[in-house]
Design a protein around this ligand. Structure first.
Ligand code: FAD
Length: 322
């Protein structure tokens, strides 16, 4: 029987939601392939969090609890994860696609001399003890199938799977590892907020890839949001392309919003966007494609060019306001 090792990440004193998403992925691979799922929690004073992880899906959870692991350090994490991989004989090591995950995952694979797949959104058993993954590429335009043989390290995108919500048994087990590090922790800097808090807005006017370029957000989307006294939002490709900052993003890996009015312009309605806004009270969708999935959740659907509709709406509201 093989083993899948799920590496947990702690943020603001709690196990991240993304770690429970890894548990979901691990459990579905384990169910089909007869693997055991094990967790790994790294930090200082993290015994309670490790017990929680063990009982909420990860099963037997190894704990590297050491003052040296108080703050994220790539050397400490590499050594702890490699020690856990050796101790469990893990065939698949799952790490979240977070800044820490991007940093440490390739090192683990290089250190273990095994396959590495980044940015995955799903995992399955493959041939010859390997695994098959889907990776979303080209800014969400394509999903690539990637297969590995033998032991594999994979990083998975937050929001790609639903977080595991069941329970498990297995308890925790202390793991000692050589945590000597060349890298030194200096400080944690949190990026300055842009001041956008979409979760508090009553009205959101969101633009998607269909808006076409960043200037059009300023010229077309923002004026409608402003005149309605609302906020501007966006789909993920807009943020990935650098047109708007991440706080503007609505969806599974952005903000979850439920305003009184949500206007979606040039947004197709992918599931990851819908989970972020479908609880809105009233949804208006504007899309040139009559088959766009956004229309399935819309209260009012307008099949048209957003560049005809949005400026006309802005002008009409302006006129009504006098
Ligand atoms: C792990 C993971 C997490 C993700 N998280 C998120 C997330 O949090 N939020 C999110 O939004 N996405 C997320 N995505 C991406 C998601 O899968 C889709 O790729 C994305 O939502 C598509 O954005 P879009 O609708 O703007 O672009 P597209 O799918 O390219 O759609 C553009 C739409 O614009 C329409 N259009 C084009 N021109 C016009 C025009 N002039 N007038 C009217 N309509 C026009 C087109 O008909 C089309 O329907 C995530 C994906 C993954 C794998």
């Amino acid at each position: 029987m093989g083993t899948i090792l799920v590496v947990a990440e702690i943020q603001k004193g709690a196990i991240r939601e993304a770690s429970y998403e890894l548990v979901s992925a691990a459990r579905s691979v384990a169910e089909a392939g007869g693997h055991e799922v094990n967790g790994l929690v790294i930090g200082s004073g993290v015994g309670d969090l490790a017990s929680e992880f063990a009982s909420k899906g990860a099963g037997k959870t190894l704990v590297v609890d050491d003052a040296a692991a108080e703050n994220y350090n790539v050397d400490v994490w590499s050594k702890a994860i490699r020690a856990a991989a050796d101790s469990t004989g893990a065939d698949l090591i799952l790490i979240s696609n977070t800044p820490a995950g991007w940093d440490v995952a390739p090192r683990i694979a290089a250190g273990l001399d095994c396959a590495f797949v980044s940015d995955t959104i799903s995992a399955e058993n493959g041939e010859g003890g390997g695994f098959n993954f889907l990776r979303r590429i080209f800014n969400g335009k394509l999903d690539a199938e990637v297969s590995t043989s033998g032991r594999t390290v994979a990083s998975m995108q937050p929001g790609a799977q639903a977080a595991f919500e069941g329970s498990s048994e297995g308890g925790t087990e202390a793991l000692s590892a050589d945590l000597s590090a060349t890298a030194k922790f200096v400080e944690t800097k949190i990026a300055e907020s842009t001041g956008v808090d979409l979760t508090k807005a009553d009205i959101i006017v969101s633009g998607g890839r269909g808006v076409g370029d960043p200037e059009k957000f300023t010229e077309v989307i923002q004026p409608l949001a402003e005149i309605l006294g609302g906020a501007m939002g966006a789909s993920r490709p807009v943020v990935d392309a650098g047109w708007l900052d991440h706080p503007y993003q609505v969806g599974s890996s952005g903000q979850i919003v439920a305003p009184k009015l949500y206007i979606a312009a040039g947004i197709s309605g992918a599931i990851q966007h819908l989970v972020g806004m479908k609880a809105s009270n009233f949804i208006v969708a504007i899309n040139k494609d009559p088959d766009a999935p956004i229309f399935e959740v819309a209260d009012v659907g307008i099949v048209a060019d957003l560049f005809d509709i949005i400026p006309a709406l802005t002008a009409a509201v302006s006129e009504a306001k006098g």
